[in-house]
Design a protein around this ligand. Structure first.
Ligand code: 173
Length: 322
């Protein structure tokens, strides 16, 4: 009798619990972006969210709250760490207040697909989880180099006497070239140019038209250096709360967006042409000077990253360099 009762109870429990375990309820995640809503990063993000939501009915939905007007660029990291939002599209340079290692991802010379294979991705998550309570989901933007843009002409890589708008991305490099630097979020670049507070700024090859900086820009210095790192990040507690099926779904969708990275090369070409058409002149150095300029960017970049994180900098360098 006792055994029968136990068996009946177990059967009942299985019936009651099975549906819960097999299909977790749909979850809605709140997402912000550190870039303005009209930037190509966010335009593409919104398309991605549409796909995620269309294919994720009953599993997972993303509610896009907005760009820096919702949460200021440099505060997105903290909002993510503390769980004010679940997901964010941001660049490491915008959350170095949480962990200096964030900015080192700009120095990666191998694609994210390879980072997922060679242990770099695991290392990134080890650091990001521990130091910022962030799960590093993936990197949908690739192959977009940074450049120096100027309102005044230079003939050699010497920025002495010039004031340049930066984020942590460019600090060590532009300072090594003699610049005076001023940090601003992207949203304040136009005003800084307009008021003559800065003589130039750092930004990737794409996007200077989004906030009308082309109106104030006269020169772009080639070559580009580093690679713009724009990633999808998740609050670690929110990630842990997802059911395995929901995690797998998000993972599948982020891999799909990474696989679509051919877009960036086409975009780089189009934006380069658009800059020329807008009258922005290219400043090029001779081959030896160009190489010195490019090599110096990485040299001081890694030196800065290792100084900021003696613990992880060398390991990141080993796994992210070519
Ligand atoms: O604001 C910036 O110049 C910056 O740090 C950045 C990082 C990644 C992509 C675009 C800009």
């Amino acid at each position: 009798m006792n055994i029968l009762r136990k068996a009946a109870f177990a059967a009942l429990a299985a019936v009651l619990l099975a549906p819960v375990a097999a299909s977790a309820q749909e979850v809605t995640l709140r997402m912000v972006s550190a870039f303005s809503e009209n930037s190509i990063y966010v335009v593409r993000l919104q398309k991605w969210i549409q796909t995620v939501n269309a294919e994720g009915k009953g599993t997972l939905q993303i509610n896009f709250i907005g760009g820096p007007k919702a949460i200021p660029t440099f505060e997105v990291g903290n909002a993510l760490k503390t769980g004010v939002v679940d997901l964010a599209l941001s660049a490491g340079a915008f959350y170095t207040n949480l962990m200096p290692e964030a900015d080192a991802l700009k120095l990666a010379q191998i694609p994210i697909a390879e980072q997922r294979k060679n242990g770099a991705f695991e290392l990134i998550n080890e650091i990001w989880n521990k130091k910022a309570n962030i799960y590093y989901l993936g990197r949908p933007v690739e192959g977009e180099p940074f450049h120096l843009y100027l309102t005044k002409k230079i003939t050699k890589p010497d920025l002495t006497g010039l004031k340049i708008r930066i984020t942590p991305v460019y600090r060590d490099f532009f300072q090594a070239l003699g610049a005076n630097v001023v940090t601003t979020p992207p949203g304040e670049v136009y005003t800084a140019l307009e008021r003559g507070v800065v003589d130039g700024y750092g930004w990737p090859i794409g996007g200077i038209f989004d906030l009308n900086w082309h109106e104030k820009t006269k020169f772009r210095v080639d070559p580009g250096f580093y690679m713009a790192e724009v990633s999808v990040l998740m609050n670690l507690d929110a990630w842990k709360k997802l059911a395995p099926k929901q995690r797998a779904y998000l993972h599948k969708q982020i891999l799909a967006s990474e696989a679509d990275n051919g877009f960036w090369l086409r975009n780089n070409e189009a934006e380069t042409k658009r800059q020329a058409a807008a009258g922005i002149q290219t400043i090029k150095f001779d081959a030896a000077t160009s190489k010195q300029y490019y090599d110096k960017a990485y040299e001081v970049g890694w030196a800065g990253a290792i100084k900021a994180s003696p613990e992880y900098g060398p390991r990141m360098k080993k796994l992210l360099s070519k």
